[in-house]
Design a protein around this ligand. Structure first.
Ligand code: SF4
Length: 222
């Protein structure tokens, strides 16, 4: 079985388990970018709390930019790394306004996916995962984002090797039409079954496609 066939099988099994998902916009691309920056090194709950607090205190992008960085940091403190994140958010907003004349990323929609990824990577603190989240969830321009759950699972499945860039590998393997749904399904699979410490391989719907249990057994016998 080729790696692409394996991905297709995995996608089918996970769809059966979690159901088919219809794409829905997760918001304006600049809002999603800020939310994703706030999600770095924290959980979803604290990310959302930091975002709500930011929006409440600074309802416009202009007001975020015009406020001293320490006050922005104070507003997002609950999410951790607040000084760094505040600085980055302000720098990104200033750059977008300087280069585009407005706080607006919707022009990315008209670029190719690769061009749009490169545009986002120009910002300090934005990597391929963040770029992928913005493009996939806001603009329906799917670039498969690899978070820690997906990185762990794809390594266990033997799709991504240790020395490989997981985004390059997975974007070559996952067809565009599957990227949104498979991204979410793999995260749910990672939270419920293929957990970091103790994967529940006996209950896993893709166990027959995964070399990891065999490796574990071989390791425990040696
Ligand atoms: S068999 Fe185990 S390691 Fe492989 S995907 Fe399933 S839970 Fe994860």
């Amino acid at each position: 079985m080729t790696a692409r066939e394996k991905v297709s099988q995995i996608a089918q099994r996970l769809e059966k388990r979690f159901g088919r998902l219809r794409w829905r916009s997760h918001g304006d691309p600049l809002d999603v970018l800020i939310l994703t920056i706030l999600s770095q090194n924290t959980n979803d709950q604290n990310r959302d709390r930091a975002y709500e607090s930011l929006k409440k205190r600074f309802p416009t992008y202009e007001s975020i930019v015009r406020t001293p960085a320490e006050r922005v940091a104070e507003a997002i403190k609950v999410g951790g790394l607040h000084r760094q994140k505040a600085r980055r958010i302000q720098e990104i907003l200033r750059r977008i306004k300087r280069e585009r004349g407005a706080y607006d990323l919707s022009y990315l929609k008209d670029l190719s996916t690769e061009e749009a990824v490169q545009e986002l990577l120009k910002f300090d603190g934005v990597g391929k995962k963040t770029a992928g989240v913005v493009l996939t969830f806001s603009l329906n321009k799917p670039y498969f984002p690899v978070d820690t759950h997906i990185h762990r699972i794809t390594q266990r499945l033997g799709l991504v090797k240790k020395n490989q860039d997981p985004h390059d590998v997975m974007n070559a393997l996952v067809p565009e039409s599957l990227r949104y749904q498979l991204h979410l399904h793999l995260i749910w699979h990672g939270r419920q079954t293929c957990t970091a410490r103790k994967p529940r391989c006996a209950q896993c719907v893709i166990a027959d496609l995964c070399p990891y249990p065999k490796k574990l057994r071989a390791g425990s016998q040696s």
